[in-house]
Every structure is written in C-alpha cells, then in structure tokens.
Design a binder for this molecule. Structure first.
Ligand code: WQD
Length: 356
C-alpha cells in the first residue's frame, strides 16, 4: 500500500489554518496539524483534541476528518518536527504558525523575531533534512511598503519592506529567506500568499475567529460589541482622505481565503521557485460601511465613538487580485454581506468564542 502523503499544517488551530484544514479534508487531503496552542483554546487534557479541531470533525464527514492528525507542539521544535517527518510522508507544508498581533510585536520585537523568524528557520532546516521542498507560506499585505493613493491597487510587483511593525517585518524577512533558499536550491518551490483583511467565519457557525484578549482587528471587535462583551466600537479616525473619512481595507471572506490555499496547492507541483500572490477582493470597504453591514446582519444598531487615528494606520489599502485569478484560478466570490452574516452566525452561537 502506498504511504499516505500528508500536508503538514503549522498553526492549524488558528483562524486561517482551521478554515483551510476544512477545505483540505473536504478534498480528501490528509493533514497533520501542529500547533502549540499559545494562541488558541486548547483541549482540557494535553492529548485532547482542541475545540476548533473537534468542531472541524463536526463540519467534515467522518471518512474525511479521520485523515486529520493533531500534534501539540511548536513548529520550531526540531525534535517534534523530526518525529513527524520520520513517521509520516509529508508532501508539502502550509506554514500558518506565528505570532500576529501588530501592537504586541512593537512591545516585544525579540519574541516575534525569535518565534516567527527563528521558528521558521528551524522548520525549513528540518524540511531540507527530510527532502521536503514545497511550502505554501502564510504571508500578509503588511509586507508591502506603506502605500500612498497613487500606489493602489497593490500588485505583487509593488515594493515590499520598510514595514510598519516587527510582526510585518517577520513576514517580510521570512519571504526573503524563502526567496534566497529557492534561488540557491532549485528543488524548492514556495507560494507565498499575501492576505489582505481576512474576516467572517465558516457558514456552519461552528468555527470562526477567536482572538485572545482584546481584539486588535476591526471585525472581531465589532462582533464582540454585538454580543455585549465590549461596550462600543472606537472608530480610529474619521478624517482620512477616503470615501467617508474612515479607513478603507480589502476585506476577504475567510472561506474564500482558505480556498486560495487549496488552489495554490493544486498548482504547487507545477511551479518553480518563489512566487507571491495577493489574496483579496480588489475592493475597498470603509470602517463605517463594515459597521453598517454588520449591524444589518445583527438586526440592530451597534454603538460606536469617533476617536483619534491609530498610529501606524494608513488611509486606504486594497489589492489587484488578478495574478491569483490568472495563475491560481482563484477569485474571491463572497460579499461583505456574506462575511458579516457568517461572522454573526459564529459569534452569536459562540459569544465567548471556543471557551463557550
Ligand atoms: C481595519 C480598519 C482601523 C479596530 C491588519 C493587521 C494584521 C493583518 C491584517 C495579517 C482600520 C479600523 C480597527 C478598531 C477601528 N493581518 N479599526 N477600530 O489595520 O488593516 O491591519 O491587517 O497580516 O492583522 O496588520 O486591520 O482590522 O486592525 O483595522 O476603527 O477597534 O479598522 O483603523 O482602518 P488593519 P484592522
């Protein structure tokens, strides 16, 4: 019997990783999930499946979800990785793992460089040792140098670097490390997916975004206002040169984003070297528009206050997603209304996230 080939998913208990695992299992692709659970709600016992993975088993038919193996640990732990690569046949790695809080990264840069950059280096070195040379990397729109209005929409040719925070710099540095690796060793192929603003939840309402502590990002914060965990939304600035004065971003449904990863996996073997793709809708939506749309999904007005701008924010960011359409045959299909409907379905069923 031919040994099963697995996709190793680091950070698979997280928001994007978990939604991607659903899509992989639905396509009968066996998955090994590695997550140290620092940023996700863990199982009661160490060997117990974390709630998010238990819920994946409720979404995906048993004959498919039985192909998910969970290993609690860090993607930078060489011992754990060596055991995995020795025990299982890993065809490729989807690397989601990493700390991702912008503000925290400014306070604790070395924690971010050690975990995100150092951990990724360890992962890559173990992959090399075991002859696994295919990776899909979870990157970010934040690797682009701060865009002015004349730079929009952002294409993959736009300049990267001069990032606004250590979190973004780690993504930028990891991309460059992978580029250099691919130049040095032509057996390597890396597809780097640059996410714009992932929001929403799986339509089942079983899995979604469950940030620890106070949400940094807009939509999980608004969702927590809706379930009365937060008193109101602070809108960071209404004096930007945008359609209504509030910040404009390219929001993309998390299920569309997850499908972008399986689309990349489908062509990974046909690619060579390092290639980056924007995953976004190409449409900019303002904070006030998102608030209005989410209020419509909830069925009532949500309280907010106008506040000063948040340092480091730019007025407007959205992408040109045409390269992913052309080369990955991937397009975002879901609307902002879909994002808000599905986010509300998850948050209303899980007011306290997975802890509930
Ligand atoms: C969106 C808009 C805010 C919160 C993130 C991070 C990072 C990256 C995605 C992966 C902005 C406004 C927000 C709030 C507000 N992910 N806002 N009140 O700023 O695009 O950055 O992009 O790499 O997570 O870099 O997303 O959701 O934080 O903010 O008014 O309480 O909402 O000013 O205009 P952003 P965001």
């Amino acid at each position: 019997m031919v040994a099963e080939e697995y996709v190793l998913v680091t950070g698979g208990a997280g928001f994007i990783g978990s939604h991607t695992i659903v899509e992989l299992l639905e396509k009968d692709i066996p998955v090994i999930v590695v997550d140290n659970m620092t940023n996700a709600v863990g199982g009661k016992e160490d060997d117990e499946l974390p709630p998010v993975l238990q819920r994946i088993k409720s979404i995906v038919p048993p004959e498919k979800s039985q192909r998910m193996v969970f290993i609690k640990g860090s993607y930078g732990d060489e011992e754990i990785l060596a055991k995995i690569f020795t025990k299982y046949k890993v065809s490729s790695v989807m690397h989601f793992g990493g700390f991702k809080a912008v503000g925290e990264s400014k306070k604790l840069p070395m924690m971010y460089y050690s975990n995100n950059l150092g951990g990724s280096m360890k992962l890559i070195q173990v992959m090399q040792k075991h002859g696994v040379t295919k990776m899909i990397f979870s990157s970010s729109a934040t690797v682009y140098s701060e865009p002015g209005p004349e730079d929009l929409p952002l294409t993959e040719k736009c300049p990267t670097g001069n990032c606004t925070c250590p979190y973004a710099s780690t993504k930028y540095f990891i991309e460059n490390m992978l580029k250099d690796l691919c130049h040095a060793d032509p057996s390597w192929t890396v597809i780097s997916l640059r996410y714009f603003n992932p929001v929403g939840a799986h339509p089942s309402g079983s899995i979604g975004e469950d940030p620890k502590g106070i949400p940094n990002n807009l939509m999980p914060y608004i969702a927590q206002v809706a379930v009365k965990r937060r008193s109101h939304l602070d809108i960071f600035g209404n004096d930007y040169p945008t359609k209504d004065g509030t910040g404009v971003r390219d929001y993309v449904h998390i299920v569309d984003l997850a499908k972008g990863h399986t689309a990349a996996l489908d062509v990974l073997d046909q690619k060579k070297g390092f290639v980056a793709y924007n995953l976004g809708t190409g449409v900019g939506t303002s904070v006030l528009e998102m608030l209005k749309c989410f209020s419509e999904a909830v069925g009532r007005e949500l309280p907010f206050k106008m506040c000063d701008r948040r340092p480091g924010d730019v007025a407007e960011v959205y992408c040109d997603p045409s390269l992913a359409a052309k080369e990955l045959n991937w397009r975002a299909t879901k609307t902002v209304a879909d994002m808000c409907r599905d986010l509300w379905s998850f948050q209303s069923k899980n007011p306290n996230g997975y802890a509930s």
